[in-house]
Design a protein around this ligand. Structure first.
Ligand SMILES: [Zn+2]
Length: 411
């Protein structure tokens, strides 16, 4: 079994060891050492990185017989190695992990909320607590207690205890492993079995900040940040607030009001714009209608625009439908293809918009459908002249009419 140097000295960054076994994995060579300061992924804490004889260590895991394996970036020829643990990453893990102990303890002692699981992610940590609900007020009390214990800079110790000693100890939770139990104690605050790496004093954690509360599978899941992660998050949040303050030329305190004002203004502008667009469509529909002379009392409006939003055609269609004895066939040439809308006023019940639309779409290899009064369709990209010819070709089917009449304006 590999001797785990991190059990006895959490600050050990450099060590020497011997290779006891090798295996070729799908990801490359992995070596087992007689002793190691590299922490293998376990208990919610990710593995350490660093080097063995200068070769980067990419992953570390313990097998079922507690041998610790180190995945290497390239081949290693020697039997004896010098190991270097990447300290920044390890210390970050120690801060997050110790912060988790403090939070779990505070949730237990303040709210009788037992810790169900812990996950340390690349950026945020989560803790699942057996509580039916948790409000921010209580969460802040827990947070205050944790930070008070941090600022009291209490000693944190970890050691293996005998069965007799174990029987004497009051642990926050019962050990889940068989064999010797390692107990991590925060001076006069908490004792719990754990195999991870922790800071030597609570002060090294610096700060614990809860960042989220959510319901998860009938319990509570909190997200939190400790130490350097909390500082970086505060920096990021402050930068965002400062940037918003500059953009809106208000102080940070006034941001919510300033944003509410902007939202209200934007709502009013959207409404005004909508009104103006309606008036514009109405006027445009009037111009289109006036520009064609009736044939047998019916106005036939034909138009095709390059790259006009289809929503505008729909609103034009609604305006034209409301006029008497009106039939229309409109098209726009969007990047993805042609889009058509065909319709008529209610006083022309013998005209079938679907049939006429489909006649126009047939030479364009398009498809469409709708009701006898209004139909929509689309076709693959085609030249404007081709689309226009298809629109014109569809008109003779209007059996009510005996000639083509005048065409509507085409831009
Ligand atoms: Zn721990």
């Amino acid at each position: 079994m590999t001797t785990k140097l991190y059990y006895h000295d959490g600050r050990l960054r450099e060590f020497t060891a011997h290779v006891t076994a090798r295996q070729e994995t799908e990801r490359g060579l992995a070596v087992c050492l007689d002793r190691t300061a590299f922490y293998p992924t376990s208990g919610g804490q990710p593995y350490d990185t660093g080097t063995l004889n200068g070769i980067p260590v990419l992953d570390v895991w313990a097998d079922e017989v507690e041998e610790v394996w180190h995945l290497l970036a390239q081949a290693l020829d020697t039997e004896s190695v010098n190991g270097q643990v990447a300290w920044e990453r390890r210390f970050d893990h120690m801060q997050q992990h110790t912060g988790q102990h403090l939070l779990s303890a505070a949730f237990m002692y303040r709210c009788q909320g037992k810790t169900l699981s812990f996950h340390m992610g690349h950026t945020a940590n989560t803790l699942d607590i057996a509580l039916p609900r948790l409000g921010w007020e209580t969460a802040f009390q827990v947070e205050d207690e944790v930070n008070r214990v941090i600022w009291e800079d209490r000693e944190i110790s970890a050691r293996f205890v005998t069965d007799e000693e174990l029987a004497q100890l009051t642990l926050r939770r019962q050990p889940q492993v068989s064999g010797p139990v390692r107990v991590v104690s925060i001076e006069e605050y908490d004792a719990t079995p754990c195999g991870g790496t922790h800071t030597a004093r609570s002060g090294e954690v610096g700060l614990v900040k809860l960042t989220g509360i959510e319901h998860y599978k009938g319990n509570i899941r909190v997200t939190f940040l400790c130490g350097g992660r909390a500082l970086r998050d505060y920096r990021r949040a402050l930068r965002t607030l400062q940037q918003l303050g500059r953009q809106l030329t208000v102080g940070q305190e006034e941001l919510p009001d300033a944003i509410a004002r902007l939202q209200e203004e934007s709502k009013m502008l959207r409404h005004a714009l909508h009104e103006a667009q309606s008036l514009l469509r109405e006027a445009e529909a009037g111009r289109l209608w006036d520009a064609v002379s009736p044939v047998n009392g019916v106005r036939r409006i034909l138009a095709c625009w390059p790259a006009r939003p289809f929503a505008e055609l729909q609103s034009l269609a609604a305006q034209l439908q409301a006029r008497p004895k009106t039939f229309f066939l409109l098209a726009t040439l969007e990047e993805r293809g042609a889009r058509l809308i065909c319709g008529r006023s209610d006083d022309l019940p013998n005209l079938d918009a679907v049939a006429i639309l489909r006649t126009a779409l047939a030479p364009l290899n398009g498809r469409g459908g709708g009701s006898p009064a209004l139909a929509r369709g689309g076709a693959p990209p085609a030249a404007q002249e081709t689309v226009l010819a298809a629109l014109q070709g569809a008109l003779p089917v209007t059996h009510l009419l005996n000639n083509l009449g005048e065409l509507g304006p085409v831009s």
